[in-house]
Design a protein around this ligand. Structure first.
Ligand code: ZN
Ligand code: MN
Length: 258
């Protein structure tokens, strides 16, 4: 008999039922996207990273990890390169919101009362809020008022001190981190077999005007698809990020979930 998996969908239903029925055990829901991440990383970076964060956090707070949302909201040109790029495969906002609402109310039906969305794709942010809001409203109509949902993005737990340590030449800002040092370092630490650093394209951080145009002006996105250079990425930086963010998330969820 192996030790019980933290991944909810790896359990037989009676074990899952016993784990969640009393509502005390949190369930962590990774949410990402299928989105190009340059020449050097796979399309599923935004799924793989929050799934690993969820696994690390779940082991420390005795939570379960739900199957990840593997498609997300449309890639934004100034934070993800844009939705016009090959490989990037996105949902309409209404589709994502509806799916989130369905999954929340299903987990609540099972007994779950503590849910944390572990976001790995910036563009999902407000759609998660909307799905959560609609789910809580629907649950209130059913008289269920004891559900607590946390929404977080792992990069928000990177401390100022860590930024100084990891970006000695200056931090380009989260908006242009897409496929850059942060994600590449985490991938090198967690899934090195999926990174081909020798194919990484070195370029200056993308510069955008202070407005957007639709259809997008494709030439605004660097041809590589990354918005800043991943050349300074390393597994050692990834380990630091993993530790700092995991600790921050664990502390936050202990405060919110008790
Ligand atoms: Zn990403
Ligand atoms: Mn993304």
């Amino acid at each position: 008999m192996s030790t019980r998996s933290v991944f909810a969908a790896e359990l037989p239903w009676p074990d899952y039922d016993a784990a969640v029925r009393d509502g005390r055990r949190p369930i962590l829901v990774p949410i990402g996207s299928m989105e190009q991440h340059g020449h050097h990383m796979p399309l599923h970076v935004d799924v793989l990273l929050p799934t690993e964060f969820s696994r690390c956090v779940a082991e420390r707070i005795d939570a379960l990890v739900a199957p990840p949302f593997t498609y997300g909201y449309k890639s934004h040109q100034k934070s993800g390169g844009g939705n016009h790029l090959p490989g990037t495969t996105s949902l309409d906002g209404a589709t994502l919101v509806s799916a989130l609402k369905n999954v929340i109310t299903e987990f609540v039906r099972h007994g779950v009362r503590k849910i944390a969305f572990m976001n790995g794709h910036f563009e999902n942010s407000w759609f998660i809020v909307e799905g959560v809001d609609l789910a809580l409203k629907e649950l209130r109509w059913d008289g269920i008022t004891d559900v607590k949902i946390v929404i977080l993005s792992y990069w928000d737990f990177v401390t100022e001190e860590t930024i100084k340590r990891l970006y000695p030449d200056g931090f380009p800002g989260w908006a242009v981190e897409h496929g850059g040092v942060l994600e590449t370092s985490l991938m090198l630490a967690l899934h090195p077999q999926l990174v081909q650093l020798e194919r990484a394209v070195d370029h200056a951080p993308a510069k955008f005007p202070p407005y957007e145009v639709y259809p997008v002006r494709a030439e605004w996105t660097p041809p590589s698809g990354t918005l800043s250079s991943p050349k300074e990425a390393s597994a050692a930086k990834g380990e630091i990020l993993l530790e700092v963010c995991t600790k921050g998330i664990v502390d936050a969820l202990r405060v919110e979930f008790g």
